[in-house]
Each structure stands twice: as structure tokens, then as C-alpha cells.
Design a protein around this ligand. Structure first.
Ligand SMILES: [Zn+2]
Length: 451
């Protein structure tokens, strides 16, 4: 029905460009959005945003965005690593199903995905990524989009090659694409996914935000530098959303905001992400807006990055494939009843393949931890040494006091998670991986994924 309507619009509306320039975006009803914008920010902790209670004003634009729709207070990524989680967001599959369980291991070929489904309904799709680990030759994400923009304009650390881009550069590229598309084919709706690399380590100091954040200009601490990175990406998010609104009215645009994972800033004596399932690297900010359709609401039920694809399809009234592992939040987004709490599985793997030798290792050998969260009960099993932990997140949000013996038996839900993840990894072990070239290995090392 939607497709037929759009064909009709294309046939009848030879002057759509003109209509759009005069702001007549309402040619398409609000029931059918003209744009879906997915914004992901690398290594962004939820609790460093004002909307999640942080006292420093790091994130005025993101807060405003999240305040306009549903915001999930208890959202987590399924694996705290860039490529695995972003491949999950796009395909709706957990890592043991899509196969990109570590940075540098590609997804299976020909998987179904959110952008492919939308393309099948006449949408144009584009992605703009600025983290080396999301390159198409390391992920196979490119096959899911009409345009897969790898934006690498800057050198990272002392690397010889451009391996990342600032938020400004990525925003420019994404806005150029939106502008070109809106000018040449305004009747065709579009999905654009933009992934910002800030505030991924190394945390740069953006001195222009220091005064606002109350940070001394001299010798800022690592954690303070991280906050200025959040402020910088917040500015880019404002410019991106504002720039797209020049072409699409807010009530015709779904905006999704999330992080690929959080970041441990010294908790449990750990800086970074990927290796552990503690909350600092697992918990993410997550929200969705669609003015006039999605209500303003804070949701405390557990949500994950896997819920993004089914929720978008649900909002569009499209069928959600049975393979998608998340749930659709469409009903609560429109003010309806909340689903009951789920027990959700989480997994941590070694960070990246280490080049030729490691590339041939089995995916199952990279599994470090499996976790399960149900309401405030969080259980983690360190696979290597059978170290078992149980936390009550309501009473002990910092996960300091485990409530079980270290070598005690895991619960049935945890064993179920371990079983399904191990089974999937076992099946993947039969896959062969493409060898990484030297340049790629160097960049993965520069990003801190190769020890
Ligand atoms: Zn990341």
C-alpha cells in the first residue's frame, strides 16, 4: 500500500523538488515517514549524558532529542565491541548468528537486515561510518546499504594512514548525501545511519567545551577529556539532525539514538570496552523520536540494541522477520502497555583477530564471558576459569559484591544463554575467514584491539 502510494506520488509529482523547497513536506502523511536517521556514538556511556543524570552539561542536543520521544533507562548492547554490536543492530541477530563475533571477523553473506527490508519497500539506504573496525572488508556491512560511506579523513595516534574522521567530517558527508538525495529524488524515503567515533579512546581534549563543563584547561584528567569528547559529538548530533530537518519535517522523520557500547573509565581497574560485561561498557543510551507519533516517555524495562530493527519495522507497519531476535517497542512508543521483563543474554569476546595466525582460530575460542540480566538480577560467567558472579543491580549498581560463590553453579537462564551462544559459535567455526592484510592489522592495533 505504502509502495503503491509512493509510485503514485512519483508519477503525479513531477514538481516535488519545488514542493520540498517551499517546505511542503506534508505531501506524504505522517503515517509514512520520509526519513529514518540512526545515530550511533562509539563508546558513549549512558551515565555521562545529562538526560541519564550526569551533572555536567555534556549533552544538551542529545538530551533534547531523547526528551522528544521514548528514552530507555536500562538499555544495553549485546556485546560491548563495535563491529559485533553494530552488525547486530543492522541484522537483528546476535553475534553467534551473524558471525562478526570479534572485530575483524566478517558477517555471513546474504543475511537479511533492516536496510535490505526497507530497500525492498522502495527506500534508499546509506551509512556513514568513521571507525576502522566498521569497514566493509572487515564486517560485510556494505552489502546492506545502497551507499556505504567509509569516512577516514584523519590519522589516529601515530598511524601512517587515515583511519578515522572527526564528527564534523562525518556530519558533512552524511548531510551532503541527504542533500543530494533530497534534491534528486525527494519522493523516495531514505534511511541514513551515521556512526561517530568520538568519544572512543584516545580521548582528545576539546578545550572549547572546558569552561561549560567546569574543567580546568591545564592538564585535564582522562575522564575529563572523555567528557569534552561527548560535548563535541553532541554538537555534531545537533548539526546533523538540524541539517536533515532542512529537508524533512520532524513529524516525517524517525530518529534513533544509541551507542554501540559504553566505556569503562577505571571501574574494576579497567579502561576501555570489549573484555568485560560490567555495566560501564554494557549499558548504552538509547531512544527514538518521531514527532506526533512517538510519545515522550521514559521506559525502565530492559531494552537492547537488537530492538532497534524490529521497532523501526513495527512503526512502519512492516512485517518483522522471525529471525530478528529483539522486540518491537511500537506499542509502548505510542503510549500503550509495556511488555513483561525479559531475561536477556550478553556476551564478551576477545577484541580482534591478530592477523594471519589468529584469523584462522575458531570463533568459539574467542568467547570470554556470558551474562544474563533479568530485572535487577545480573549474572556473569567468565568462561575461561568458570568464575561466576551474581549482582543485584538495584542494591549494588557498581557490581562490587557478588552474591554467589565464585565457583558456584550458574542458574538455568545463564546456562541457556551459554548453550545457545556456544551452539551458534560451534556452527560458525566451520566458516573460513578472509585473511587480514597488513594495513588492517596495523589499524586494529592503533585502535587498541590487538595486544
Ligand atoms: Zn565501538
Amino acid at each position: 500500500m505504502i509502495k503503491r502510494f509512493r509510485v503514485l506520488v512519483k508519477v503525479l509529482c513531477g514538481f516535488c523538488v519545488v514542493l520540498q523547497l517551499v517546505g511542503a513536506a506534508s505531501a506524504v502523511s505522517a503515517e509514512e515517514p520520509r526519513a529514518i536517521v540512526i545515530i550511533t556514538v562509539d563508546a558513549l556511556r549512558a551515565d555521562r549524558l545529562s538526560s541519564y543524570g550526569y551533572p555536567r552539561p555534556t549533552s544538551p542536543a542529545i538530551d533534547e532529542l531523547l526528551g522528544d520521544g521514548i528514552r530507555f533507562e536500562a538499555a544495553r548492547t549485546n556485546e560491548p565491541l563495535t563491529s559485533p554490536s553494530m552488525c547486530s543492530m543492522i541484522t537483528g541477530l546476535d553475534p553467534q548468528e551473524h558471525a562478526a563475533t570479534r572485530n575483524g571477523l566478517r558477517m555471513r553473506e546474504g543475511l537479511d537486515s533492516l536496510p535490505k527490508i526497507l530497500a525492498g519497500h522502495g527506500w534508499r539506504t546509506a551509512a556513514f561510518v568513521s571507525n576502522w573496525t566498521l569497514k566493509d572488508n572487515l564486517t560485510r556491512l556494505g552489502e546492506h546499504f545502497d551507499h556505504y560511506g567509509e569516512v577516514f579523513t584523519r590519522r589516529r595516534w601515530f598511524g601512517l594512514l587515515n583511519s578515522e574522521a572527526t564528527a564534523e567530517d562525518v556530519t558533512d558527508e552524511a548531510l551532503d548525501w541527504v542533500s543530494d538525495h533530497s534534491g534528486s529524488d525527494p519522493a523516495t524515503p531514505f534511511l541514513v545511519w551515521v556512526h561517530y567515533v568520538e568519544p572512543h579512546a584516545p580521548y582528545r581534549f576539546h578545550s572549547e567545551y572546558a569552561a561549560r563543563l567546569g574543567i580546568a584547561d591545564q592538564d585535564p584528567k582522562r575522564s575529563d577529556r572523555y567528557d569534552t569528547e561527548v560535548a563535541a559529538v553532541d554538537q555534531a548530533v545537533a548539526r546533523l539532525v538540524g541539517g536533515i530537518e532542512n529537508h524533512v519535517a520532524p513529524d516525517e522523520m524517525i530518529v534513533v539514538f544509541a551507542a554501540d557500547h559504553g566505556e569503562s573509565l577505571g571501574e574494576h581497574d579497567y579502561w576501555g570496552h570489549g573484555r568485560y560485561l560490567y555495566e560501564p561498557s554494557l549499558r548504552i543510551p538509547f531512544g527514538m523520536t518521531w514527532k506526533g507519533t512517538i510519545e515522550q516517555r521514559v521506559i525502565h524495562r530492559q531494552a537492547t540494541i537488537l530492538d532497534i530493527a524490529p521497532t523501526i519495522l513495527g512503526l512502519l507497519g512492516l512485517e518483522i522477520p522471525g529471525t530478528f531476535q529483539g522486540i518491537s517497542w511500537t506499542v509502548p512508543a505510542k503510549g500503550g502497555e509495556l511488555p513483561s521483563e525479559r531475561a536477556i543474554c550478553y556476551q564478551a569476546h576477545k577484541g580482534a583477530v591478530h592477523g594471519e595466525h589468529d584469523n584462522d582460530r575458531k570463533r568459539s575460542k574467542g568467547l570470554l564471558s556470558v551474562g544474563v540480566v533479568h530485572e535487577s538480577r545480573k549474572e556473569i560467567l567468565r568462561v575461561k576459569n568458570n568464575n561466576h558472579m551474581l549482582f543485584d543491580l538495584a542494591a549494588d549498581p557498581a557490581e562490587i559484591e557478588s552474591l554467589v560463590e565464585e565457583n558456584g553453579p550458574p542458574s538455568d537462564p545463564l546456562l541457556e544463554c551459554l548453550g545457545s551462544i556456544s551452539e551458534g559459535l560451534g556452527a560458525l567455526d566451520r566458516l573460513t575467514s578472509k585473511k587480514l592484510d597488513d594495513e588492517t592489522v596495523e589499524q586494529l592495533r592503533a585502535l587498541g584491539y590487538i595486544e
